[in-house]
Design a protein around this ligand. Structure first.
Ligand SMILES: [Zn+2]
Length: 264
């Protein structure tokens, strides 16, 4: 009886220790992308988005696609958040891969953009499509979502983050962002300063090029030789936070462009 209780406690503690989710920018990252996008919507797009979401902001609806992972009726969405890409792909190989009708973040984003545009979609279908577009445009800018299959996008690379057990995917999803100790509105205020030229360039980028860009960053992350038991802390933050912030900003600006194009 006593042993059983101890076992139960050990199991409970282990479960409590497991990361909340391994599959997306954390709560903060997605909210930052949603809030930035809101700043770049055309009046028409803003009105259309409000018609669908009501008083829920893009920032606050951005994590819905992760929160519903606990509901098994949404299991079909679980592999929509990323695309597995092997090492060493050339750009034309990547393009060919994305043209295949596989289930991945790129094909599903396009499908949801089509669903939001379509006059045939019901209000429920449009709401689902909009929530997924807001979420997946964020995930697409997290470079460990365009990473290797064999390590599950870095989930299997066990590292420590300031002495705490973690993994590379999680460091990129949330820990680098959380480390800045800002709320999502403070974060947006800090990074939402693109130049006019950046705005033009980023908004012109096709979705395939966005995948390529994230893939290039992911290749740089692997090229540092990151491996099991690496101890990440101040230096890792110093080396990568600029990239994280630029990806969050690009994600927001480009999400706005996708929505502005839908509601032209
Ligand atoms: Zn996600």
């Amino acid at each position: 009886m006593k042993i059983l209780t101890v076992k139960k406690i050990v199991i409970a503690l282990t479960l409590a220790y497991l990361p909340f989710t391994a599959g997306a920018w954390g709560v903060l990252g997605h909210r930052i992308v949603g809030e930035i996008a809101d700043h770049y919507l055309t009046p028409k797009a803003r009105m259309s988005v409000k018609q669908i979401l009501g008083n829920e902001s893009m920032a606050m609806t951005s994590n819905w696609a992760d929160f519903i992972k606990s509901d098994t009726s949404y299991n079909y969405l679980s592999n929509w958040h990323y695309v597995n890409l092997a090492e060493g792909l050339a750009i034309n190989e990547l393009h060919q891969l994305l043209d295949r009708p596989d289930v991945n973040i790129y094909t599903k984003l396009n499908e949801m953009i089509g669903a939001l545009k379509s006059g045939k979609s019901s209000p429920e279908q449009k709401k689902l499509a909009l929530r997924l577009i807001i979420h997946l445009m964020g995930d697409l800018h997290q470079p460990m979502h365009t990473a290797r299959k064999d390590d599950l996008g870095g989930n299997r690379i066990q590292v420590t983050w300031f002495g705490q057990k973690s993994n590379l995917h999680r460091v990129w999803d949330e820990q680098l962002i959380d480390f800045q100790q800002l709320s999502y509105t403070e974060y947006v205020r800090a990074i939402d300063h693109p130049t006019a030229q950046q705005l033009i360039t980023w908004q012109k980028t096709e979705l395939k090029e966005v995948v390529w860009e994230s893939y290039q960053i992911c290749n740089r992350i692997y090229a540092t030789g990151i491996k099991n038991d690496d101890k990440l802390s101040y230096k890792y933050n110093f080396d990568w936070i600029g990239t994280v912030n630029e990806q969050l900003l690009k994600g927001g600006v480009r999400l706005a462009k996708v929505l502005n194009d839908i509601y032209k």
